[in-house]
Design a protein around this ligand. Structure first.
Ligand SMILES: N[C@@H](CCC(=O)N[C@@H](CS)C(=O)NCC(=O)O)C(=O)O
Length: 204
């Protein structure tokens, strides 16, 4: 079965889908179509498939296009008969996945604020408020979720690794590892997975 993924190498949301595709063995079933755009200028975003103008979007032969990385990851897992959303721990997995997703959303908002708004109209308070969301969440994950992270691979771990990798990529000045040794050690190990290595974005 052939899927078409509207894709950008730099998006943490797309990366989640690609890591999931590698981990579920479906990567060769996915054709990549590059897309780029911003909230101000949709560019080549697949608007016909996703009126929200966001990627990732995945077209599939047997139904309407799927969008939102969380939906696509869950679809790939189900399609492959994989175990990234284990029923016995489903609420933990979905909660940690949502926290990780929130980190990515806050950090993407920070990057857009810096890139899209003319300098004289920028509000550093908005950037800092978004970073507070990410930073508080990193604190909480380091305090409460590290034992979950040492368990079997799941969708939440993938989402979290892609979120932290995005901070390193786009916001390297934010020292998220400081005071978070447990999380930093887990992330270092997780980053060695072939699925993470195969999806490393180009140099910023
Ligand atoms: N909740 C969405 C977020 C996707 C998203 O924000 N993607 C960014 C790229 S990193 C995008 O398409 N931005 C364009 C826009 O917001 O108009 C998901 O998980 O797929």
């Amino acid at each position: 079965m052939g899927f078409i993924l509207h894709h950008s190498q730099t998006s943490p949301f797309v990366r989640k889908v690609m890591v999931t595709a590698h981990e579920t063995g479906l990567v060769d079933d996915i054709e990549i179509v590059p897309a780029s755009g911003t909230p101000l200028e949709p560019g080549t975003m697949p608007l016909a498939q996703n009126p929200l103008g966001k990627i990732p979007v995945m077209e599939r032969p047997d139904g309407p296009a799927l969008m939102d990385s969380r939906v696509i990851c869950r679809y790939l897992n189900a399609h492959a008969g994989s175990t990234l959303y284990p029923e016995a721990r489903i609420w933990e997995v979905l909660t940690l996945e949502a926290l990780a997703h929130g980190i990515s959303e806050a950090c993407v908002a920070m990057v857009y604020e810096g890139r899209l708004r003319p300098e004289n109209m920028q509000m550093p308070e908005i950037v800092e408020a978004q970073w507070q969301k990410a930073s508080r969440t990193i604190d909480a994950v380091n305090a409460r979720w590290v034992s979950h992270l040492s368990g079997r691979l799941d969708a939440a771990q993938i989402a979290l690794a892609c979120a932290l990798a995005y901070i390193d990529y786009r916001l390297p000045e934010r020292d998220w590892r400081s005071g978070h040794d447990g999380l930093a050690n887990w992330f270092a190990r997780f980053s060695e997975r072939p699925s993470m290595q195969a999806t490393t974005p180009p140099k910023a």
